[in-house]
Design a protein around this ligand. Structure first.
Ligand code: F6P
Length: 359
């Protein structure tokens, strides 16, 4: 049966979003369906005329799959239930979006997003009677009920490369280098990149740390004759007063940031090493997706279209046990998947002698 489906990207971008869309467009058009791309998340449907265009196979031939970012644009600050208006007030504009989807004759919406976007999109589509499929993407890898979200693997690769680049400069100058990585409230990027990049200390939000424990590890390295140390810290690790460090941007938007600079003087004081901080920031989100993210993106994109073809809706596609899977969207948004303290990676890190900040 001929169908029209729509696709949008929502929340922070990451590598691999265009690869998901390519898979959706290739598979859906091979079934004879029409795919509409909505620009800038749901905000594209609040413009007049709607910021919507048909996505064709030829749009994704060639370079697009390799490109970072999203050709549709995205937003992580325009919640349709609490939409910022030009006069500074907020308005519930969710029904306008449902009406727009209906007027475009959209049978189902594929939303490529994280848990925050899924929460919003599933409420919005259910109130408008529109069928929804979620494809998980986020460098934070914190979406529930999937082992992997699109973008995580590339972010870990970027953070690992940063450690590879920090190591020789640390060794040349007898320094401790602290690398601050993203991840919001989950320490997945820090833990994975820290193990892969040979870090000596990895600090994640899930494990409380003490400066004494960090200093003991680094002093031990010095006593053993090594002249440098590498520390990775996740952006949401708290300061000693229990507060997360934040940066307030123009307009009042707050984001985590600053923990590496905060820790640097304390680590220097406690260890006698000169210490420098590097904040990796959005570099982790940009750039071409690596092969793992391209594969994951396309496996999930195809599965999303398969679900629509089978009439199975309100599901999130995911990756478990070496294959695609799908779960009820409401189950996926219930859990923020933080680092499992009894999991393999924590065990591996400890067994390798990496200090996780605790004794
Ligand atoms: O959720 C993805 C993420 O990159 C987080 O790791 C980070 O805390 C946040 O988004 C940064 O948001 P923004 O792009 O708005 O600065």
């Amino acid at each position: 049966m001929k169908k029209t489906i729509a696709v949008l990207t929502s929340g922070g971008d990451c590598a691999g979003l265009n690869a998901v869309m390519r898979a959706v467009v290739f598979h859906a058009t091979s079934l004879g369906w029409t795919v509409l791309g909505i620009q800038n998340g749901t905000a594209g449907l609040l413009e007049e005329p709607y910021a919507v265009r048909e996505l064709k196979r030829e749009d994704f031939d060639g370079f697009t799959m390799r490109r970072g970012g999203t050709v549709l644009g995205t937003t992580n600050s325009r919640d349709p239930f609490h939409y910022p208006m030009p006069d500074g007030t907020y308005k519930d504009r969710s029904m306008e979006i449902c009406d727009a989807l209906k007027s475009l004759d959209v049978e189902a919406l594929i939303g490529i997003g994280g848990d925050g976007s899924f929460d919003i999109l599933s409420r919005l589509t259910s109130q408008g009677g529109i069928k929804f499929i979620g494809v998980p993407k986020t460098i934070d890898n914190d979406v529930g009920l999937t082992d992997l979200a699109v973008g995580f693997d590339t972010a870990v690769e970027v953070a690992t490369e940063a450690l590879d680049r920090l190591q020789p400069t640390a060794a040349s100058h007898d320094r401790v280098m602290i690398l601050e990585v993203m991840g919001r409230d989950a320490g997945h990027i820090a833990l994975s990149a820290g193990i892969a990049g040979g870090a000596d200390v990895i600090l994640i939000p899930e494990i409380p740390y003490s400066i004494d424990a960090i200093a003991e590890k680094i002093k031990g390295i010095k006593e053993a004759g090594r002249n440098f140390a590498l520390v990775v810290v996740s952006e949401a690790v708290t300061a000693l007063d229990g507060e997360k460090r934040e940066v307030v941007y123009h307009g009042g938007e707050k984001r985590y940031g600053g923990i590496a600079e905060y820790l640097a003087p304390m680590i220097a004081e406690a260890t006698g090493f000169e210490t420098r901080a590097t904040v990796l920031g959005h570099v982790q989100r940009g750039g071409s997706p690596n092969h793992n993210d391209r594969l994951l993106a396309q496996n999930l994109g195809v599965h999303a279209v398969d679900l629509i073809a089978k009439g199975r809706y309100n599901r999130m596609v995911g990756w478990q046990n070496r294959g695609v899977t799908d779960v009820a969207i409401e189950d996926a948004v219930k859990v923020c998947r933080t680092v499992d303290l009894n999991g393999t990676r924590v065990h591996t890190a400890r067994a390798l002698g990496i200090c996780l900040g605790d004794k």
